[in-house]
Design a protein around this ligand. Structure first.
Ligand SMILES: Nc1ncnc2c1ncn2[C@@H]1O[C@H](COP(=O)(O)OP(=O)(O)OP(=O)(O)O)[C@@H](O)[C@H]1O
Ligand SMILES: [Mg+2]
Length: 376
């Protein structure tokens, strides 16, 4: 029997990754700029939970490794609140790990590896490379040493995931990294949730945001075509025999609104082989799909009424994180009701008359499915 090729909750592997063409194109341009004129680039990805930020970072690493073999591609998942020192220490640690795995080392790299051996970063408890000695330095000093030592390398790709965990000094460090006058071209890709854009401030003049100008992308719902690709790519990747009827693809898109995590849940539940998956199969397995998504999604909005979910879904369908109260009211949501959505932490008041969608749209669509609500 075929194995089920879907893995809801796991970041998609690069060969199962679908869509996000604009992001991939920007990264391909950045690779050419790096190789041809040694220019550095900074890219930022915003997205709600489960929208595919980590998956996109994995895909970007694969693109860079394919286009520029031998590049250093460091994935930096933050996991804990991080300051400048911790961020830089973690990057250098990962670069050091990749360099030391190389079969042959240049003199500069050899020197660098011996200097970071046994080095720890003051105040962070992070040791860059465990070793016999125990010397301390600052994150900035070890970072400068690192990029100096990478002279002649093709590209240093740094993918910072869950960047909302950076504190103010950590956010400032993104600018330091992006603007480093280094001899190795740097491609910095930063992914984070809505909190990240809040923290950076909305004004385009924010000095940190300016570093990413022209290369900021919202990672949101997949288009119907992208949903189709997200359904078929995992089957092709494992050489499976299952297939999706076009109307079944449309049904998954309709039910999930193209939200990657929900697409994966529905796909995983409906998967069968070798018979093509049709609409009755998708509809008949919705309950199983909801069960798969429940560990994350069920507890979110547990206290919300059907009316709340309908209002949430209407707002989510606008496809924007920020809305004015007049825009919300024009959706047929009464002004006192907005206060209720704020209490439910679905909306957050940013300033007078300005709100932000705080919860991921996929939560609305999940509950709409679970309660069998018709969304119009
Ligand atoms: N472009 C894509 N193509 C196919 N599947 C995707 C894509 N993006 C995300 N997915 C699927 O959606 C789910 C969530 O993806 P991922 O973990 O990358 O999201 P995330 O934004 O990093 O989530 P979190 O905020 O929880 O870290 C996974 O099951 C993944 O396989
Ligand atoms: Mg993630």
């Amino acid at each position: 029997m075929d194995v089920n090729p879907y893995a809801p909750g796991q970041p998609a592997s690069p060969d199962s990754f679908a869509g996000r063409g604009n992001v991939i194109e920007r990264v391909e341009e950045a690779v050419l700029d790096a190789l041809q004129i040694r220019r550095s680039t900074a890219v930022m990805l915003h997205g709600y939970r489960g929208s595919g930020k980590t998956s996109a970072l994995r895909k970007i690493q694969a693109v860079v490794r394919t286009q520029a073999p031998g590049s250093i591609a460091a994935e930096i998942p933050l996991r804990v609140h991080s300051s400048e020192d911790r961020l830089l220490a973690t990057i250098v640690q990962e670069v050091g790990r990749q360099l030391s795995a190389r079969p042959r080392l240049g003199e500069k790299v050899k020197g660098f590896l011996s200097r970071i051996n046994g080095l720890s970063i003051a105040g962070t408890g992070v040791s860059v490379m465990p070793g016999g000695t125990d010397r301390r330095t600052s994150g900035l000093a070890v970072w400068r040493d690192c990029i100096e030592s990478l002279e002649g390398e093709k590209i240093l790709l740094i993918c910072v995931d869950d960047a909302e965990l950076l504190d103010a000094s950590g956010l400032g460090t993104l600018k330091t990294i992006a603007e480093a006058h280094s001899r190795v071209p740097i491609i910095l890709v930063v992914a984070g949730g809505v909190e990240l854009s809040n923290r950076l401030g909305q004004r385009e003049t924010s000095p940190i945001l300016r570093v990413f100008s022209g290369a900021r992308f919202d990672i949101g719902e997949l288009s119907p075509e992208e949903t189709g690709a997200a359904l078929s790519a995992p089957i092709n990747a494992v050489g499976g025999t299952g297939s999706w009827r076009p109307d079944a693809v449309r049904e998954v898109h309709l039910l999930s609104h193209g939200y990657p995590f929900l697409v994966q849940c529905l796909a995983s539940a409906a998967y069968r082989a070798p018979d093509p998956i049709d609409v009755p199969r998708v509809r008949g397995t919705v309950e199983a799909a909801l069960k798969i998504g429940s560990s994350w999604l069920e507890r979110e909005c547990a206290d919300a009424s059907d009316e709340d979910i309908r209002a949430f879904a209407k707002i989510a369908a606008q496809g924007r994180a920020r809305l004015r109260s007049s825009e919300i009211i024009s959706l047929g949501i009464q002004s006192p009701y907005i206060g209720r959505l704020v209490r439910l932490k679905i909306l957050k008041k940013i300033s007078r008359g300005h709100y932000e969608l705080q919860k991921a749209p996929v939560i609305a669509y999940y509950h709409a499915l679970a309660r069998d609500l018709r969304l119009v």
